[in-house]
Design a protein around this ligand. Structure first.
Ligand code: DAH
Length: 350
């Protein structure tokens, strides 16, 4: 009789396991058969009605049934777990064959690049980089540079003045104004060695002139400074920025804030001095204004011109950028056209 019962459960189990759909159902089945009041567990209650000589066999059969259940249970459980994992993997699958999105790299603006080149060269010679404001007083921009009101040399710098109560202020027309600021800020009234790169403004507009452009100013003050220091420094600088083969020549010139004053030409780097359209067939290109700091300029900013001498120089950095990078029109430098700027991707540094 108990054999029938066991056989019945065995058969039932085969059907039951066939019809389970998920782990949840499987757990319910486990409770139904193997739980405290489960169908298999309850078989044990039959033992008291079984004759002694059959008890052993009964035990064996119940154990077999238990083993059968456990086997089926484990197999089903493994299957469902595997299925679940596969589903999860399928839903979280990343297609690594898709090409990645390329990160667009920016590039430094040509003026930033050339400014860094200038700064690097002068910093390597012991200069510090000094920055001044773009709105400047007439006093700092002109008067203290030996250009009093009405001085004819002011005409060369057609300037943008502010209105009303600020009429004595202008958008600085030259970075030379940094000379005045640096000297006045130097309370010790001692040695100085600065370069000041920055924007300047003049009423100008054509292919080689823009109302806004960039200059760099240099000032060295110390005892026993001579024209030889000026020449050596600027020759070295020109060779560093334009190439070792560059020849440099100095021509006498006039600037109100320097005496004597010079203009510095470099041999044309396009034709190597033979003469071409860039150098207007002369073989030379003018690049810098310079000179020995005028004693008046030193004195006006509190320096003892008997003890100290200095030299100063200034140049347009846009021109160097145009030469070095082959830019024909200065206006493209400030136009912010991405097609132009893209050409300065730092391929060399990739
Ligand atoms: N500031 C002058 C200009 O804008 C350039 C210059 C000339 C600067 C001679 C100097 C200098 O320091 O000594 O045209």
């Amino acid at each position: 009789m108990y054999k029938d019962k066991i056989e019945e459960i065995k058969k039932e189990l085969q059907e039951v396991f066939k019809n389970i759909n998920n782990l949840n159902e499987l757990e319910n089945i486990k409770v139904e058969y193997m739980g405290k009041n489960g169908k298999i567990s309850l078989l044990n209650q039959m033992i008291k009605d079984i004759p002694n000589e059959e008890k052993r066999e009964f035990g064996i059969l119940v154990n077999e049934l238990r083993s059968l259940f456990s086997e089926e249970y484990d197999t089903a459980k493994n299957n469902f777990e595997e299925q679940e994992l596969n589903q999860k993997l399928a839903s979280e699958k990343i297609d690594i064959t898709l090409p990645g999105r390329k990160i667009k790299r920016g590039s430094l603006h040509p003026m930033t690049r050339i400014t860094e080149e200038f700064e690097d060269i002068f910093v390597s010679m012991g200069y510090t980089v000094y920055e001044g404001p773009e709105i400047e007083s007439d006093e700092n921009c002109f008067q203290k540079l030996n250009l009093p009101k009405g001085h004819p040399a002011r005409d060369a710098q057609d300037s943008f003045y502010l209105d009303g109560e600020y009429e004595n202020y202008l958008l600085r027309s030259q970075t030379s104004t940094a000379q005045v600021r640096a000297m006045e800020e130097c309370t010790a009234k001692g040695p100085l060695r600065i370069v000041c790169p920055g924007k300047v403004y003049r009423r100008d507009e054509d292919a080689t002139h823009s109302h806004q452009f960039m200059q760099i100013e240099g000032l060295v003050i110390d005892e026993n400074i001579s024209m030889a220091d000026l020449k050596g420094t600027l020759e070295l600088f020109c060779k560093k920025i334009l190439g070792e083969k560059t020849n440099v020549r100095f021509r006498p010139s006039y600037f109100p804030f320097t005496e004597p004053s010079v203009e510095v030409d470099v041999s044309c780097f396009k034709c190597n001095g033979k003469g071409c359209s860039l150098c207007k067939q002369t073989g030379w290109i003018e690049v810098l204004g310079a000179g020995m700091v005028h004693p008046n300029v030193l004195e006006m900013s509190g320096y003892d011109s008997k003890k100290y001498q200095g030299f100063a120089f200034g140049t347009g950095m846009d021109r160097f950028a145009m030469f070095k990078y082959g830019i024909p029109d200065i206006r493209t430098i400030y136009g912010n056209d991405i097609r132009f700027l893209k050409q300065f991707d730092r391929k060399d540094e990739e």
